[in-house]
Design a protein around this ligand. Sequence first.
Ligand code: CU
Length: 126
Amino acid sequence: MLLRRALAAALVLAALAIWSPRAAAAHALVLESSPRADEVLRAAPARIFLRFNSRIEGGLSSITVIGARGRPIPLPVAGAPEGVPNELSAPVPTLPPGRYLVRWKVLSADGHVTQGAFRFTVAPGP
Ligand SMILES: [Cu+2]
């Protein structure tokens, strides 16, 4: 009986090992962003743009900008104007110079939620 349970557990683990890489490959990841990660900008960005490796549900996704001292600013997320299903963009209110963290969270077409973050800096004016 114990042996059968151990065998069943081993089969489940083997099945997970086979399936996990495929599931992971389908998760939404950022391929390109504007601003780029760790970019230093001379002027505040008018919008945040993200391009993913898979189709995402724009209506169930979010982008938040967090300043060094400020509270998080949730942005009104919209799909790309052309309706490209793997892109998101959001207008950004005018940001004063400083370092910012962009947090994104998206629902991908495979039903998984993924999230990530990157920083950019708005340099002080001349
Ligand atoms: Cu996934």
